[in-house]
Design a protein around this ligand. Sequence first.
Ligand code: FAD
Ligand code: SF4
Length: 475
Amino acid sequence: MTSNLEFLEVPRTDPPKKPASERSKVFGEIYTQFDSHTASGQAGRCLHCGNPYCEWECPVHNYIPNWLKLVKEGNLLAAAELSHQTNSLPEICGRVCPQDRLCEGACTLNTNSDGSEAFGAITIGAIEKYISDQAFQQGWRPDMSGVVDSGKKVAIIGAGPAGLGCADILVRNGVNAVVFDRYPEIGGLLTFGIPEFKLEKSVVQNRRQVLEGMGVEFHLNTEVGRDVEFQQMLDEYDAVFLGMGTYSYMRGGFNGEDLPGVYDALPYLISNINHRMGWQADDTESFVDFKGKRVVVLGGGDTAMDCNRTAIRQGAASVSCAYRRDETNMPGSKREVTNAKEEGVQFLWNRQPVGVIGVDRVEGVKLVTTRLGEPDQRGRRKPEVVKGSEQIIPADCVVIAFGFRPSPPAWLQHLDIALDEQRRVLAPADGRYPYQTSYAKIFAGGDMVRGSDLVVRAVYEGRQAAQGILDFLDV
Ligand code: FAD
Ligand code: SF4
């Protein structure tokens, strides 16, 4: 490790947050400005420790210490160029990655070997976002001047992070990338899932302009299997990439789940996004408004946190979130749990729902208390019910946020594309061509291959699959 004690004088500085009271009223970014002074101060704390654990823990293996050095030197455009070499959506990952579990969790400055707080990790995510935001503002765009047209064309189904990552690599290698999506805007769950207060929609729209400028073609409002036949793509394109996500909602299987007033998480979030953005001319039927209501959210992942914080912003009378494990064992990002707490969400840890109560509509949720037992096959301690611990908490509305199951369309199965036992598309990373399915010219990646996961992992798989397609097409 190089001797560099300067960092001791510069503490970790997170981008300052707006006060929780103000955040609840406004529907905008929760962070205030992260300026060049803070960015270079944070970048200058990097020890260049010789073992860049941050790079390994980052799923796209960003060249983090190298771009930190460029930021410290004030060479922002070179940093943007470098950050785009490994990540197709750096400004988005910088905003939505759970950095505490990834790059920042691995930073040498993060914790001591005994687990106690050391100096605080470098704010890698905030710097990654800062680099691209600033470079775009200064007019920087990826350099496509050396690209030679290969004469090949590839259809991409799904304009989510996986599809966009795939398109980025293909056009950079002279392959015509044509992206189809059933939604009117690109982004997949970035646009129709993750709320505006975590990721501004204008950021995704800007990325659309950047990709179009690079030559990516988007065919939106086009559902494959309904508006256009999949067979047509197989006939007309040299290869096809599937990045269609996972969209079957998981349910608890208890009484009362179908009562009026019970909502699945994603339709609730999407109705709110459409309403906020004015994307649906008349949404009186579909918009779900929790103003003045007592809301109970069931689940402990990032989707549950998004529902909690959306309900707070809608002016709910109260928002409680019940999760069957304790706080330490929640799957959601710690940052999101902290934000939700600051904004007024009441957490009910170690509580498992066993029924929704009501006659004509929801009146409450029946919960039992749990304690953590032995670890299951994945090493997670299983919650066990404490006998006689039933309680009913009053509720006007309930949101079920138990996650998603793969939803491969029927036309895919007619082609004999192999699925695993959980109905995820089989597309191995270590096959002859990475992410190739059992049908030679069809590749796949993202949530439909790995199950619900993270934006950055979907981007990585889309990029890797594009490399597989390039090898397959011999480009
Ligand atoms: P998707 O983003 O789901 O995109 C799939 C696209 O395929 C969609 O646009 C869909 O319309 C399109 N499509 C599907 N079928 C067809 C068809 N037949 N024809 C045409 N188009 C089709 N991850 C994080 O890293 N950080 C977070 O903070 C975070 N928050 C989340 C919050 C919520 C509410 C949810 C639901 C997920 C969150 N995630 C988060 C997870 C992340 O969004 C996903 O892992 C990621 O979007 C998966 O990318 P993908 O490209 O595989 O699929
Ligand atoms: Fe960290 Fe995510 Fe950026 Fe990687 S992509 S450096 S994990 S914020």
